[in-house]
Design a protein around this ligand. Structure first.
Ligand code: ATP
Length: 339
């Protein structure tokens, strides 16, 4: 019988946490081969500025090349395009392997959200699941620690091993800690900070060569103008309480900031979506980081030297962010508001 691992991810960028996980699991569980599957688009992640799916694929191939005795990158999701659902990928693997041969490898963070994945119940029949430790996260100790959607499928919970009613099992595997996330690396790269301890030499070179994760200054040359452009867009989408601050005299993480609200969380999300699309049209960029878009309570669009905060107005009152910027200079937006 074959013992096959499948390791999916966005790999934006591929870092040592990923590689360490694959190599450790393959060794500990004596896997014959691990297929590394870069997602075209993770349906649970909002698209941010960065490499194309094809470049992420190439980066994964570059990073895993030295480990080709065990790992092999599969472009199946990149070719398929659209939202990358693990269940669809597993169904294709099921054509070549028996369910008991397949082992889906996920980090603890991904596992705790597992019951939000499309057709997760079916996944519990299609393959076994290997959950790896991730710094700052506990592995489950008992049934009540695992996602509630999976609990009805538990036949037996025995420390690191969970027998499922589907015939498959879940195994918890402690891997060497590599305390890093792709989000953190992207932030560091955009700010020109060093990242070599998180990446392989080959991946670091690939990033340099392709000029990935550069600050947005080459597309947004004048941030003062850009801030006014965004303010106009927010105003035209009926954002309320629009204010802008120049924070360059403060030790703030950004130079400019705009804050506004929607009358509901839905309104805040929809303003954010439309404004993002218009910025993309005009400047060709997406935010380098994006938070809270789905919930719409506090949406943060990070464009490097400009950060836009969009609140559901009720939530905005709770935080009073403007108080933090008292030492900055308020930008006069009266001209925009009169148009
Ligand atoms: P992001 O910060 O953008 O969310 P990420 O670093 O979590 O990215 P993904 O591409 O989303 O990277 O992760 C793919 C898989 O690798 C997931 O199952 C995730 O749990 C696992 N993983 C990521 N980083 C680590 C790490 N440092 N240690 C162990 N597993 C990790």
């Amino acid at each position: 019988m074959n013992k096959i691992g499948i390791f999916g991810g966005t790999f934006n960028p591929l870092h040592l946490g990923h590689i360490n996980s694959v190599v450790n699991v393959a060794e500990k569980l004596s896997l014959d081969r691990v297929f590394v599957v870069p997602a075209f688009q993770n349906p649970n992640k909002d698209p941010v500025e960065g490499p194309s799916p094809e470049q992420r694929l190439e980066m994964a191939e570059t990073g895993f090349r030295p480990y080709d005795y065990v790992a092999q990158v599969d472009d199946i999701e990149i070719q398929r395009k659209g939202n990358s659902y693990t269940v669809d990928t597993l169904k294709l693997y099921a054509e070549n392997y028996k369910a008991d041969e397949l082992h889906l490898i996920v980090g603890a963070d991904a596992f705790y959200e597992f019951d939000t994945w499309k057709d997760f119940e079916e996944i519990l029949s299609l393959c076994n699941i290997i959950v790896t430790s991730r710094p700052g996260m506990q592995l489950p100790f008992s049934v009540k620690d695992i996602p509630s959607g999976i609990q009805p499928f538990v036949a037996l919970f025995d420390r690191n091993y969970v027998q499922l009613t589907t015939g498959r099992h879940i195994e918890f595997v402690r891997v060497e800690d590599v305390d890093v996330s792709a989000t953190e690396i992207r932030k560091k790269l955009r700010n020109g900070l060093r990242v070599e301890k998180y990446l392989t030499f080959e991946v670091e070179n690939f990033i340099k060569e392709k000029q990935l994760y550069k600050p947005l200054d080459s597309q947004i040359r004048n941030y003062e103008e850009f801030t006014m452009f965004c303010a106009k867009k927010l105003w035209s989408k009926k954002a309320i309480g629009l204010r802008g601050f120049d924070l360059s005299s403060m030790s703030a993480p950004t130079e400019y900031t705009l804050i506004a609200s929607g009358t509901s969380s839905k309104h805040a999300s929809s303003i954010a979506e439309v404004v993002m699309a218009e910025i993309k049209d005009e400047y060709g960029v997406l935010p380098i980081a994006l938070e809270g878009l789905r919930e719409g309570r506090w949406v943060l669009l990070d464009y490097g030297s400009l950060i836009i905060h969009l609140f559901y107005d009720f939530v905005r009152q709770e935080y009073g962010l403007e108080n933090l910027w008292k030492e900055g200079k308020e930008i006069d937006l009266s001209e925009i508001k009169n148009t």
